[in-house]
Design a protein around this ligand. Sequence first.
Ligand SMILES: C[S@@+](CC[C@H](N)C(=O)[O-])C[C@H]1O[C@@H](n2cnc3c(N)ncnc32)[C@H](O)[C@@H]1O
Length: 268
Amino acid sequence: MTDQGFPVEEIDTSRPHPARMYDYFLGGRDNYEVDREAAHRVLDVAPEVPASARANRDFLGRAVRHLARSGIRQIIDIGTGIPTSPNTHELAHSVSPDVRVAYIDNDPIVATHAGARLLGTGNTGFFLGDMREPATILDHPTIGKLIDFDQPVALMLVSVLHFVKDDEDPAGMIAAYRDALPSGSLLVLSHATGDFHLDHVDEVLEVYKKASASLTARTHAEVLALFDGFELIEPGLVQVPLWRPDGPEPDPDELRGISVYGGVGRKA
Ligand SMILES: C[S@@+](CC[C@H](N)C(=O)[O-])C[C@H]1O[C@@H](n2cnc3c(N)ncnc32)[C@H](O)[C@@H]1O
């Protein structure tokens, strides 16, 4: 059994899994041979992917510190991923230790690591849930314990919406979360795109199709539309290294390899 009461034997290690491939791209150890083989098929055609994964993770870090500094004290982080330090609660607590974080992922392997690496401070929680079922997530007891919907909330959908297909209505799904949040709440969103790698995006998507979740890359206009009902804060929706960089603006060579858009929107 995992910490979350999930039987370990239900973890599918026969097919590559995007969360474990992402862990491999980030240099993590929570992946299997089948994931590493698929990751190398991606790297053969798209050697820039690890740089995108790291840039996405750095965007997550800057965005969480920003929201904690701007007074947000509660976060719903959907699509948590295999824990990668610093995790959302560690980043938020580096600004203010009273930030509460509810983590949700639909992957049992994330649950197996959640106990040791995501919990333990008392003001964090994790549960297995599917973001495509907003009512189930919003009504979960862990959300009830950690999140006060009378106060602004940050909803994090970081590098996860590309696992929702167009016919699963990602915009309608986000609207259901948005309607539950009070004004002043923030949406932190990042999303894979093929805009900069039109030559090999299809080959990358083909590898993911064989994995246990397919990936939908979206254009800038399509990702922007997902912020409906939120006002983007500066600098808008950009390639992730361009979102409020800690140091100097990244140069064009660095940006060429980054296939992820990110932005933060505020509900009026
Ligand atoms: C690429 S990882 C992103 C991890 C982290 N948010 C980050 O940006 O570093 C995507 C995560 O989303 C999870 N995921 C995919 N589809 C999901 C769904 N329908 N509901 C909840 N989580 C999902 C995967 O299991 C995986 O752990």
